[in-house]
Design a protein around this ligand. Structure first.
Ligand SMILES: *[C@@H]1O[C@H](CO)[C@@H](O)[C@H](O)[C@H]1NC(C)=O
Ligand SMILES: *[C@@H]1O[C@H](CO)[C@@H](O)[C@H](O)[C@H]1NC(C)=O
Ligand SMILES: *[C@@H]1O[C@H](CO)[C@@H](O)[C@H](O)[C@H]1NC(C)=O
Ligand SMILES: *[C@@H]1O[C@H](CO)[C@@H](O)[C@H](O)[C@H]1NC(C)=O
Ligand SMILES: *[C@@H]1O[C@H](CO)[C@@H](O)[C@H](O)[C@H]1NC(C)=O
Length: 496
C-alpha cells in the first residue's frame, strides 16, 4: 500500500475534501461523455492484438491518450474510464478482471493499464484539450476468487483486512431496500463479491479517503459510482459531500421514483428508467407516448433531470445495434434516431465506445469488443453523425444561451406509434422508429415555437419547409432519418 500525502495527514475529515478544480453538476450538464473500457480501447503502441474476450486484451491509459483526437474530433468533452484500482489478478470462472469491477485494493492502481505517471499523463492530456475525466469507482464491494466462506480477508489492505469490514454473505431480498443495502449477491462458483460495511464510519471514511486521494492525485473531474443502490443513502450523501466532484450513481432499475431517490444523496444518477423506455420505443415494442411519459415523469420527479446521465447502451447492457427491432432486422437508421433523441432530451448524453463503429455485441461480455478491430475509422457513418449531433447541441445551446438550454425542460409536440416531436432551445426534433424496413410517412408537428411563414432548415439533410398558422408544419418523411429543424436564418452553420 502506498501512503500518500493525504493519508498521512489524518485529521478531521474536512482534510479530505478535494481542493482541485473540481467540476460541478452545473458544469457537467453542458458536456457530452464518451465511455471507454480501458482494456478494450487502445494499446500503448497502437497494435491490434487478438484476444479472448474474458482475458485482458491489452488496452492502456497510454493507448487511450494516444487516441484522444479520435474522441475529441467527434465533439466529446469528457471521457469516462473503467475503474483504475487494483483488482484480483487471476483467471476465474468468469475470466480476468479486465473490466475493473473486482477491486481488492483501493490504494493501488491496476498495473495492467499502466503506471501512475501514465494515468496522470492521460488526465493532463485531457485537461490540456479542455476535456474532462470521469473515473468509475466501486465502494460497495471487493472481490475474492473464492467462495464466500473462504475469503482471506488478510489479503486486503487495512482497515479492510478483517471480516468486520464486511457484511456476512446473505441472499438479497430485492423487495426489501434495507436488505439490498446490506447484501451483495454471492456468485457461485467463485469469484465472490464481498459486501463492504458502508454504514460503518471507519470503513466508509477509509473508502472515501481513498477516492478523495485518487481525485486529487489525478485531477479527476467526475465520478461514476458503481452499484450505488447497494450502498445506504446516508453513506452516499457523505461520499458526495466529501469527494467534492460531480458523482453519477448507478441504481439499476426502471422505476423513475425509485431511481429519483438517489439524486439528492448524489448529484446525479445513471438514467436507467430512460434507457428501458427508449430501447422499447426505438425498437418499436411500444409507442413513443411511453417514452414521452417517462421523460415528463423524470422532469417532474427528479430534483434536476438535466444532471442525469443518459445512454443507449453500456458495458452491462446489450449494444443498441444488437436489437432486431420489431422483427424487421437491425439497421443504422434506428441507431441514428436513438442517438438524436439522446443528444437533445433532458440530461447529459453518454456514448459507449464503438457505438460509432456500429459494434453490435449483445449481453456481457460480447458487448465489450476491442476497439482496434474497427481501425478507428473516422469515415464510419455513425462517427460523422455523432460529430454532427455534438456540434448541433453546442450550437443550439449557444443560440438559446447555455443557462437556458441546459436547464429548460424538453417540450413534447406529439408522439405516436412511429414518430415523436420534441422542442428544445431553438430546435424541433422529429425522430422515428421505422428504420430501413418500414415505409416512413410525413409527420405533422403542431404548436411549435415557430411562426406562420417561417422557413425552417433540417440540420441533418438541409431540406427546407415553411411553417403554417399555429406553428404547424409538415416534417416530410426522409426515409426513416431523424429531422432537426431550426429557423433557416440559423441554418447556415451546417447547410450552405
Ligand atoms: C506492442 O506492445 C506489445 C505489448 O507490450 C508488445 O508485445 C509488442 O511487441 C509491441 N509491438 C510493437 C510493434 O511494438
Ligand atoms: C429488510 O432487511 C433488513 C436487513 O436485512 C431486515 O432487518 C428487515 O427485517 C427486512 N424487512 C423485511 C420487511 O423483511
Ligand atoms: C425495481 O425495483 C423494484 C423494487 O425493488 C423491483 O420490484 C423491480 O423488479 C425493479 N426493476 C428492475 C427492472 O430491476
Ligand atoms: C471506413 O468506413 C468507410 C465508410 O463505411 C468505408 O468506406 C471504408 O472502407 C472504411 N475504411 C477502412 C479502412 O475500413
Ligand atoms: C396536428 O394536427 C393535424 C391536423 O389537425 C393532425 O392531423 C395531427 O394528428 C396533429 N399532430 C399531432 C402530433 O398531434
Amino acid at each position: 500500500m502506498m501512503l500518500s500525502f493525504k493519508q498521512v495527514l489524518v485529521g478531521s475529515l474536512t482534510t479530505f475534501i478535494a481542493v482541485v478544480q473540481a467540476k460541478t453538476a452545473a458544469e457537467w450538464k453542458e458536456l457530452s461523455i464518451y465511455q471507454v473500457l480501458t482494456d478494450r480501447f487502445a494499446t500503448t503502441n497502437l497494435t491490434a492484438p487478438e484476444c479472448f474476450i474474458r482475458n485482458y486484451c491489452g488496452g492502456t491509459w497510454k493507448g487511450l491518450e494516444r487516441k484522444l483526437d479520435y474522441i475529441q474530433n467527434m465533439g466529446f468533452d469528457a471521457v469516462w474510464i473503467s475503474p483504475v484500482i487494483h483488482n484480483i489478478d487471476m483467471d476465474t470462472t468468469w475470466g480476468y478482471a479486465y473490466h475493473g469491477y473486482w477491486g481488492d485494493d483501493p490504494y493501488t492502481l491496476n498495473e495492467h493499464f499502466g503506471t501512475a505517471a501514465d494515468l496522470k499523463s492521460l488526465s493532463d492530456a485531457l485537461h490540456s484539450r479542455g476535456m474532462s475525466l470521469m473515473v468509475d469507482v466501486v465502494i460497495n464491494h471487493f472481490a475474492s476468487n473464492t467462495l464466500p466462506q473462504d475469503v482471506d480477508y488478510s489479503l486486503y489492505p487495512a482497515p479492510f483486512n478483517t471480516p468486520d469490514a464486511f457484511h456476512q454473505a446473505c441472499p438479497i431480498d430485492f423487495s426489501n431496500q434495507s436488505s439490498i443495502e446490506d447484501c451483495w449477491l454471492v456468485t457461485e462458483p467463485a469469484p465472490a463479491l464481498v459486501d463492504l460495511k458502508n454504514e460503518d464510519e471507519v470503513i466508509l471514511d477509509a473508502l472515501i479517503k481513498s477516492v478523495v486521494d485518487l481525485v486529487e492525485t489525478y485531477n479527476i473531474d467526475g465520478i461514476r459510482l458503481d452499484t450505488a443502490r447497494h450502498v445506504p443513502k446516508p453513506s452516499l450523501t457523505k461520499f458526495q459531500q466529501q469527494v467534492g466532484v460531480f458523482v453519477t450513481g448507478e441504481a439499476l432499475n426502471d422505476s423513475v421514483p425509485y431511481v429519483a431517490q438517489y439524486q439528492g444523496p448524489l448529484d446525479s444518477a445513471i438514467n436507467y428508467p430512460l434507457w428501458y423506455a427508449l430501447v422499447d420505443s426505438f425498437m418499436g415494442r411500444t409507442t413513443f407516448d411511453f417514452l414521452e411519459s417517462v421523460v415528463k415523469s423524470e422532469q417532474a420527479t427528479f430534483s434536476d433531470a438535466h444532471a442525469l446521465t443518459n445512454f443507449l447502451d453500456n458495458q452491462d447492457q446489450p449494444r443498441f445495434a444488437s436489437y432486431l427491432g420489431d422483427g424487421n432486422g437491425d439497421d443504422v437508421l434506428r441507431d441514428e434516431n436513438g442517438a438524436t433523441f439522446l443528444f437533445f432530451v433532458t440530461g447529459i448524453p453518454i456514448i459507449y465506445y464503438g457505438f460509432e463503429q456500429r459494434f453490435d455485441g449483445g449481453y456481457d461480455p460480447i458487448n465489450r469488443e476491442t476497439m482496434w478491430t474497427s481501425g478507428y475509422n473516422t469515415s464510419a457513418p455513425l462517427y460523422s453523425y455523432i460529430t454532427r449531433l455534438n456540434a448541433i447541441r453546442k450550437y443550439a445551446a449557444s443560440i438559446a444561451g447555455n443557462e437556458v438550454f441546459y436547464s429548460e425542460d424538453t417540450v413534447f409536440l406529439g408522439s405516436g406509434v412511429n414518430h415523436m416531436a420534441m422542442q428544445r432551445g431553438p430546435l424541433v426534433i422529429v425522430v422515428t422508429n421505422v428504420g430501413e424496413h418500414i415505409a416512413d410517412s410525413d409527420y405533422t408537428v403542431n404548436g411549435s415555437q415557430f411562426s406562420a411563414g417561417d422557413s425552417l432548415t433540417d440540420l441533418v439533410s438541409c431540406d427546407k419547409v415553411k411553417v403554417g398558422t399555429g406553428g404547424t408544419f409538415t416534417s416530410p418523411s426522409n426515409g426513416g432519418k431523424a429531422r432537426i429543424w431550426i429557423k433557416s436564418e440559423y441554418g447556415w452553420k451546417f447547410c450552405f
